[in-house]
Design a protein around this ligand. Structure first.
Ligand code: NDP
Length: 334
């Protein structure tokens, strides 16, 4: 067992911000990581949109300095004093404020709370778990929300916005695998073949959804997975069919929601909010078991790019600019 490990460290001194690779020790984890009863040797992490914000210092994601970023990690337990988790167990971590107020997983080790950890399903490697990451687990929560409200594959088209991003890519693969007819909304026409390869049956230009629209529009969607917010979410609601279901999880276009009550009170449209960060443990476990069963791993592979720890710093502004396709996995050992 190594007592020193490499990690990305975010530091702030007055207005001066830096993100760099540092050698850290087990003692650093005890001193700075925050309360934790399980030490995990992280094999893989990932860059989500929120990690991009933290590493590029673009919004107040980080609440404590210095900070190791990384809201997601997968690896093997090195030591544990938490009942039910033992050395050698394979685990996955998503959210809970890790990488924001508690040292995160973009490094060789993390000191975490046992109550946050989910057993890694046998069918998934640590690399595949991080190819899924919070983006993919959130996509699964969205699919589960549509199902829980009774949306079935035969009911009609399901719209996925932010389609070429992480949440969108996994949502398309999941929904098409379950038999839904998926329409992908993207600003990247050049990714049409990629999106069709994941299972989209039709592609629409995101510009058709991103401008202000009428409160009620022609009914089209039986379900929606929205990673974009703002006018896109408002138009998706306005275009939903009678009793259609919209799962809202993201804000890539904006945090505003310039809508009216018309879709909800005249068409019975249901808008479901999705939060992955504090999602209860029981639902997380179901989501991860469903991902292991329902996600086509060859499609997951097609949407994954692997990078090393140092590359992760350079990729942060790119995910914020919407330039990353699919999912970025970080091999923390390189
Ligand atoms: P990505 O950056 O991978 O994907 C976002 C996609 O949104 C882009 O690829 C792009 O898709 C589209 N997009 C970007 N900018 C705009 C814009 N100005 N207008 C319209 N579309 C745009 O991020 P993720 O998939 O990881 O996350 C998506 C969103 O979901 C983020 O806002 C993130 O914060 C949120 N999120 C929320 C979670 C929760 O718990 N609720 C958990 C995980 C993520 P394209 O190029 O195809 O148009």
């Amino acid at each position: 067992m190594t007592s020193s490990f490499r990690a990305i460290l975010l530091e702030k001194n007055g207005d001066a911000f830096s993100a760099s690779i540092k050698d850290l020790s087990d003692q650093d984890l005890v001193t700075h990581a925050g309360d934790g009863d399980v030490v995990v040797q992280i094999a893989h992490s990932t860059i989500n949109y929120k990690d991009g914000l933290a590493i590029a210092n673009r919004s107040p994601v980080v609440r404590k300095w210095p900070m190791v970023p990384g809201i997601d990690g997968a690896g093997t337990v090195e030591s544990s004093s938490f009942a039910g988790i033992s050395a050698g167990d394979r685990v996955v971590l998503n959210g809970w404020g890790v990488g924001e107020s508690h040292w995160g997983c973009l490094g060789g080790k993390a000191r975490l709370k046992g109550q946050w950890l989910v057993p890694l399903p046998k069918a998934l490697s640590t690399r595949q778990a991080m190819a899924i990451g919070t983006a993919g687990y959130t996509a699964m929560l969205c699919v589960m929300a549509l199902e829980s409200q009774g949306v079935k594959p035969g009911d009609g088209e399901v719209l996925v916005t932010g389609a070429a991003g992480g949440v969108g890519s996994v949502a398309i693969a999941l929904l098409s695998g379950l038999g839904y007819k998926v329409v992908a909304s993207t600003g990247r026409a050049s990714e049409a073949d990629y999106l069709k390869g994941l299972g989209a049956s039709d592609i629409i230009d995101r510009a058709t959804l991103s401008a202000p629209g009428k409160p009620l529009q022609k009914e089209r969607w039986a379900g929606v997975v929205d990673a974009v917010g703002s006018h896109t979410l408002a138009n998706a609601c306005a275009q939903s069919r009678y009793r259609g279901v919209v799962a809202a999880c993201g804000l890539a276009q904006g945090m505003d929601f310039p809508s009216s009550v018309a879709p909800f009170i005249l068409r019975g449209v249901r808008l479901i909010g999705i939060d992955s960060v504090m999602c209860p443990q029981a639902e997380r476990r179901i989501a991860w078991e469903r991902l292991a069963k329902d996600l086509d791993l060859s499609k997951l592979d097609a949407m994954t790019t692997e990078i090393g720890l140092a590359d992760a710093i350079a990729q942060a502004p790119k995910i914020l600019a919407g330039e990353v396709r699919g999912r970025l996995v970080v091999d923390v050992a390189r």
